[in-house]
Design a protein around this ligand. Structure first.
Ligand code: 5AD
Length: 440
């Protein structure tokens, strides 16, 4: 029997990308194989994102397109997963007549059962209730062979005023540590070299478990897994960057010298209205401790431009902070009003043209900082974990430094998954060029 074909379109964060791998893994057991072509699929799942309005709209537009395919192929199963599915629930069935399946991220483990119900009863199935208990461990169909994402928790208990995640991914639930260690061990046995631990506020791990294991303890346990050479995690919240965690990171050899630490704004007034729980000075202290204990660590951040009530002065503070912390990378987003969030009721919106002008200023600063940071590495020798062939030039290879910088170089397929030392020959704002260091 030929395998049934599954096409998954993914929007949004790494968590969503990994959720798609888990959906793929579960459906592989049901006889589905992934395809890159929606036209030849027997099942299409759009894994949606609602963090900003634009991402939400993109998901809807794709669903509309795929619903058209169903006209010529009535047996095609069309599903909607992810945060928009969770947010809208059964309501989306009215909007898209062709939908068979709607489920949120906490219901992924039930996908096989849902498919069975659709096939038996031929009517749409909606599952957006959060099941009790810790997140269920599922298989994952991972595309990469060197680096793997490992989800360690779901949901978020923080209430940042701008953020839709608490309503789309529910309360914070951590996976038992033994399951995470076991999954990592299996990944190492399968040849994976690097893991990235995922959670909405990844360093708050363990708070709702009875085990007495916190994020630092988990890192230490995973550091002991043979075969894994690098550990990363995303995204930590500044309020959970405890001195113990920084000490642990400094002491563990596999934990990479790179931290993505969302600041969101450099103005205390804005941070307060966002409900972030720290001031600029608190953040400053964390960065100082981090740089003292882990010299040379790379740092990146997220910034929201044009939060309600943000004044020109507030924004200048953000620019000052970005310059002060000398980020390696800044991800910046125009504020987008999201349903059921406190900030949706705030009023005092920043006019779009003002927001756009601020966005451009930040963009220029970001580019010059990133270039400067990358250029500082020219002439140094960096340990690079080889990932595969370069996307822009198939004759070359790429890998990443421990500080998470992408390096292009002349390599060989045999090197994929290995650590190589490369001298940095040149640098742009987004990547580096590496050459083999000359023998001493
Ligand atoms: N508007 C704009 N950006 C947002 N983010 C989260 N919610 C919003 C919103 N409503 C950004 C934050 C977060 C990143 C993942 O997305 O900077 O850290």
């Amino acid at each position: 029997m030929t395998a049934k074909r599954l096409y998954i379109k993914t929007f949004g964060c790494q968590m969503n990308v990994h959720d798609s791998e888990r959906i793929g893994g579960l459906l592989r057991n049901e006889g589905y194989r992934l395809t890159e072509k929606p036209e030849e699929a027997d099942m299409i799942i759009v894994n949606t994102c609602s963090i900003r309005e634009k991402s939400e709209q993109k998901g809807y537009s794709d669903l509309g397109r795929f619903a058209q395919l169903k006209r010529d192929k009535p047996g095609l199963i069309l599903g909607m997963a992810g945060c928009v599915a969770q947010q809208e629930g059964a309501g989306v069935l009215k909007r898209f007549k062709g939908l068979d399946l709607v489920f949120g991220s906490s219901n992924i483990a039930n996908v096989p059962r849902m498919i069975e119900t659709i096939t038996l009863r031929s009517r749409p199935v909606v599952m957006v209730e959060e099941p009790p208990g810790p997140p269920r461990t599922t298989p994952a169909d991972r595309k990469d062979r060197v680096r793997a994402w490992v989800s360690i928790m779901e949901g978020c208990d923080r209430r940042c005023a701008f953020c839709v995640v608490p309503t789309t991914r529910g309360r914070e639930r951590s996976r038992p540590s033994a399951e995470i260690v076991q999954e990592t061990t299996h990944l190492a046995e399968a040849g994976y070299k690097e893991i990235t631990l995922l959670g909405q506020t990844v360093n708050s791990y363990g708070k709702n478990l009875d085990e007495g294991v916190d994020f630092a303890d988990l890192l230490a346990r995973l550091d002991a897994v043979d075969g894994i050479v690098r550990i990363r995690f995303e995204s930590p919240h500044p309020c959970d960057m405890t001195p113990k965690l920084i000490e642990t990171m400094a002491g563990l050899t596999k934990v990479c010298e790179y931290l993505h630490l969302p600041l969101q704004s450099g103005s205390d007034a804005v941070l307060e209205r966002m409900g972030r729980g720290y001031t600029l000075n608190d953040y400053r202290r964390i960065v100082a401790r981090l740089r003292e204990r882990i010299p040379g660590t790379a740092l990146s951040t997220d910034i929201i431009v044009g939060f309600p009530g943000e004044t020109g002065e507030d924004f200048d503070r953000t620019l000052d902070a970005v310059a002060e912390f000398e980020y390696d990378n800044v991800f910046y987003f125009n504020y987008s009003r999201r349903p059921n969030t406190p900030a949706a009721e705030f009023g005092d919106p920043v006019p779009p043209e003002v927001q756009e002008a601020r966005f451009q200023r930040l963009s220029m600063l970001e580019k010059s900082l990133a270039r400067k940071k990358n250029q500082a590495l020219i002439g140094t020798v960096q340990e690079v974990l080889v990932e595969g062939r370069s996307k822009r030039d198939r004759d070359r290879h790429t890998g990443r430094t421990r500080s998470n910088k992408l390096v292009h170089f002349c390599g060989a397929d045999e090197e994929i998954g290995r650590l190589v030392n490369l001298r940095i020959a040149s640098a742009g704002p987004t990547c580096l060029e590496g050459i083999r260091p000359s023998p001493p």
